[in-house]
Design a protein around this ligand. Structure first.
Ligand SMILES: [Zn+2]
Length: 376
């Protein structure tokens, strides 16, 4: 069956599958229901050897035995929303409205249909292919799913393609980040009677001020940022605060700049530790790319050619923090591609353009087939 027939035959089944997946909650860390569903779905369509690994990734290998040049197609299963009840879902003629629909539920559905095509057409590439529905991509999931995959398949993966972007957008540069929770404690006291005692909020604010005085390192086209995201603490308006906590992060798409930020933050925390009772806990760690670009051009060119051929539009390249951070930090070519048009990612107002799924499935299918050396 040619690709366009497969895609047109599967447009409505894809919408139904997407609706089903949307209604299965999958907050980061609680992805098992989607994993169980995906494994059963694949098996129903004839997949053999599907496993759910220790990180709650669904892994479906085809002809991987003995290969050290496996191609991975992945889509993350988790959403940023903590809801354990099904998220609100509605649709009209043109759109589907549901938190997480584009990021990344539709990409899961598309990848399931790509896997089905491989099963139906008995495509068994010489170097093997892994379909992975992975957990832990969002927020403090810290890429646990991809980390686990790359440790279970250490040295055996040749390239990694993740469906996790908008149609026509590709993420080729990775943004690394480190995140911290910092708690500072003092003796505190009564605001009038003990005036002059150290105040935890005031002391923590000094650290915030130091962070905001950092001059971010610059290398070529790279971008480096920092942020203090939350701050909490104190007891009451008439109490000298005994405790204050903040969360903060820095990010960069350049490995040297990320290392420089790590050094600068360590100096700030170290100086604060000398003067205060302070606990610094690293709550997030996403590596960024190594400089080694081997194989990246080839992967990028192939993905770009397919997307431009199908959509007729120029691809935009972006930097992002995704599952690709893990392979890129290991020097393995990795790219995020998109298979649908959607807006409002990470908001409850997220919506997806239904019609874009036909082009999206075509892009995903052609990319997958060409990457494993099939005509498409
Ligand atoms: Zn995503």
């Amino acid at each position: 069956m040619d690709i366009s027939t497969y895609v047109s035959q599967h447009y409505f089944p894809l919408l139904t599958l997407l609706q089903t997946l949307c209604k299965i909650p999958a907050p980061t860390g609680t992805e098992q229901a989607r994993a169980v569903f995906s494994k059963a779905w694949l098996e129903e369509h004839g997949a053999k050897g599907v496993v759910i690994d220790s990180a709650k990734n669904v892994v479906f290998p085809i002809n991987c035995e003995g290969s050290d040049n496996i191609t991975v197609f992945a889509a993350h299963t988790d959403t940023v929303f903590p809801d354990l009840a099904p998220l609100p879902y509605s649709e009209d003629e043109e759109k589907i409205y549901c938190p997480g629909v584009g990021d990344n539920t539709a990409h899961m559905a598309v990848l399931l249909l790509v896997a089905k095509y491989f099963i139906q057409h008995q495509i068994s590439p010489k170097d093997g292919v892994l379909f992975v529905f992975n957990a832990g991509e969002e927020g403090l999931g810290n890429l646990i799913g991809t980390r686990t995959l790359f440790s279970d398949y250490a040295g055996r993966i040749g390239r990694f393609v993740s469906l996790d972007a908008k149609l026509g957008v590709m993420n080729t540069r990775t943004v690394g980040s480190h995140r911290f929770e910092v708690t500072l404690r003092t003796r505190g006291g009564h605001s009038f009677m003990d005036f002059g005692e150290q105040n935890a909020i005031a002391e923590l604010s000094k650290i915030v001020a130091k962070i905001y005085a950092i001059e971010v390192p610059k290398k070529g086209e790279s971008n480096t940022t920092y942020n203090v995201g939350t701050i909490t603490g104190g007891t009451s308006v008439n109490t000298i605060a005994q405790s204050a906590t903040m969360t903060c992060e820095y990010r960069s798409d350049n490995i040297e700049c990320l290392a420089k930020m790590e050094e600068t933050f360590a100096e700030i925390f170290f100086a604060a530790e000398l003067e205060n009772d302070i606990t610094v806990q690293r709550i997030g760690d996403r590596p960024c790319s190594v400089e080694d670009e081997t194989g990246m051009d080839e992967l990028k060119t192939l993905c770009q050619a397919v997307a431009e051929e199908v959509t007729g539009e120029k691809v935009t390249f972006k930097s992002s923090s995704t599952d690709c951070n893990i392979p890129r930090s290991l020097g393995i070519p990795a790219i995020c591609i998109g298979a649908c048009r959607f807006e409002g990612a990470h908001t409850r107002e997220e919506w997806l353009e239904k019609a874009s799924l036909s082009q999206g499935l075509t892009v995903a299918l052609k990319t997958a087939l060409r990457l494993v050396g099939e005509d498409a």
